[in-house]
Design a protein around this ligand. Structure first.
Ligand code: F6R
Length: 241
């Protein structure tokens, strides 16, 4: 793991955007794996600014998102499709047909997860996967478990994840209980992984991820076994190193 320390959230966003920008410049038709949540918002703003300045061209880029809530439609303002459209895609010149988010409205989870895994394969795999880190060590929606999930699958969200994400919904009762997510195996097949972590509330789990044992109880700890992981974390998130 290569660890890049950022002074604060803004600095983290710039540094994470630098890595993604370098990928897009070096390989204009790359496949970017993308994440939602609070952490990448600043990174996406940075990428939009660079696109507006004429420094980045997304016209040949393809994207695959990590996950989507099961049951939410694309126009639901809490769906990850909606998030990606509003926080990134509509502001840059990526072609909508080149963007992929699991279809939360497909009731047949096996069908949707198989379809999504095949899309990633047909694109030739992920060049750079951006990840945030859950308070329980989850990546995508791969929650602490007895084993590492190999492929895209349907998960039951844990109470801690429902609690962390309820801030975006009217109440905790409105948070969907299930999601479709890339598996740990899907994520680990990415050529390069960029893990962005911000805030003191993530300091203990980040320490466990980087220095603790590799265990499915801390899903992100598996990243220790990947050959090309960049962790960008701010001082607060690294305060327990
Ligand atoms: C989002 C995702 C999640 C988040 C994680 C951290 O697509 O897959 O794993 O990255 O929950 O979320 P934030 O950034 O909101 O702390």
């Amino acid at each position: 793991m290569r660890i890049i320390q950022a002074s604060d959230y803004n600095d983290l966003s710039r540094k994470a955007a630098n890595v993604i920008a370098a990928q897009v410049i070096i390989k204009p038709d790359c496949v970017l794996g993308l994440a939602t949540g609070s952490t990448p918002l600043g990174t996406y703003k940075e990428l939009i600014e660079r696109y507006e300045r004429g420094d980045l061209d997304f016209s040949c880029v393809k994207s695959v998102n990590l996950d989507e809530y099961r049951g939410l439609t694309k126009d639901n303002d809490q769906s990850y499709y909606y998030f990606m459209h509003n926080n990134l895609f509509k502001h840059i010149n990526i072609h909508p047909e080149n963007t992929n988010v699991p279809d939360g409205t497909e009731p047949d989870s096996h069908k949707e997860c198989t379809r999504y895994e095949q899309i990633i394969q047909s694109l030739g795999g992920i060049d750079l996967q951006l990840l945030g880190l859950g308070h329980n060590g989850h990546i995508g929606f791969n929650e602490p478990d007895e084993s590492f999930a190999p492929v895209t699958h349907c998960v039951n969200l844990t109470e801690s994840t429902i609690d962390a994400n309820k801030r975006f919904f009217a109440s905790a009762g409105d948070v969907p209980r299930q999601a479709y997510t890339m598996g740990i195996g899907t994520i680990m097949k990415a050529s390069r992984i960029l893990l962005a972590v911000s805030g003191e509330d993530k300091a203990q789990i980040l320490k466990d991820v980087v220095f603790g044992p590799v265990t499915p109880q801390v899903p992100a700890s598996v990243l220790q076994l990947h050959k090309d992981v960049i962790v960008v974390a701010d001082e607060a998130a690294m305060s327990k190193f």
